[in-house]
Design a protein around this ligand. Structure first.
Ligand code: AIR
Ligand code: ASP
Length: 253
């Protein structure tokens, strides 16, 4: 088979040219990075889990009318997606204080916020994805006011959906990050949820015990990341086919 053309390689995923114009193949690597890639490791099985989990969340969003880039799963590590123009922002939604917000404001991790808070970081690894106000986003042309007026309710719908799904399996959605892509239909543009939604991009805490079931396990050396992600997948009923229980073959005389 001819080698596929690599379009882009990021820290956790690779994008290849897709089979048709306007499509790409998104490959999930086992690589984990944190603190702007200062900390790195290969975590066996992470890519397979995130491929499945991102599919689960994206198809769930589509079922309630939230457009995403997802088309279909191709295999254990790859999915077919729509090619989009990524808006260079990390759209972060927070329900409880944690991570950089807890640090910045001196809040205890887990403090409930008065309402979901949306913030934007400018996607630039060299700069460490700095938090930016809307004023910068519009002035520098990363997105328009109209885009932001569309992105905010989109992000809140994603938050409602994900919070509900996670709550149903005993997990608190503390915060998450999404990326938004533009799809052009002639002169008309649509915004869709792109990139991935997985425990790499969310903070997920067990409601009962407070146990962390997301990438903080890796960032803070709290144990096995694969075990944490497998637990999320198990609770959601999403497990890669090679680890789901299959009846053993029986001999027929
Ligand atoms: N995030 C931000 N950049 C990359 C990722 N994965 C996610 C984190 C967390 C949320 O955005 O995983 O769920 C907020 O991160 P922080 O570090 O700003 O508190
Ligand atoms: N994904 C980013 C990195 O690799 C930030 C993080 O998740 O901590 O550094």
């Amino acid at each position: 088979m001819a080698r596929r053309k690599k379009i882009y390689e990021g820290k956790a995923k690779i994008l290849y040219e897709g089979p048709e114009p306007g499509t790409l193949v998104q490959y999930f690597k086992d690589d984990a990075t944190a603190f702007n890639a200062e900390k790195k490791a290969v975590i066996e099985g992470k890519g397979v889990l995130n491929n499945r989990l991102s599919e689960f969340f994206m198809t769930g969003l589509q079922s309630i009318g939230v457009p995403t880039h997802f088309i279909k799963r191709l295999n254990m590590r790859e999915q077919l997606i729509r090619q989009v123009e990524i808006i260079p922002l990390e759209v972060i939604v927070r329900n409880f204080a944690a991570g950089s917000m807890a640090k910045r404001l001196g809040l205890e991790e887990g403090t409930p916020l008065p309402r979901p808070i949306i913030e934007f970081s400018y996607k630039d690894d060299k700069l460490g994805d700095p938090l930016v106000p809307e004023e910068y986003i519009i002035a520098f042309g990363w997105a328009s006011q109209q885009d932001l007026d569309d992105i905010v309710p989109l992000a809140l719908r994603v938050n409602d959906f994900l919070s509900g799904v996670m709550h149903g399996v005993g997990i608190k959605l503390v915060d998450f990050k999404i990326e938004i892509g533009r799809i052009w239909d002639n002169d008309y543009q649509r915004l869709v949820v792109a990139d991935e939604i997985s425990p790499d991009s969310c903070r997920l805490w067990d409601i009962e015990s407070g146990q962390k079931l997301d990438k903080d396990v890796f960032r803070k050396d709290l144990g096995s990341l694969t075990d944490a992600y497998t637990e999320v997948a198990r609770r959601l009923g999403v497990l890669p086919s090679n680890v789901t229980h299959r009846p053993r073959p029986t001999l027929i005389n």
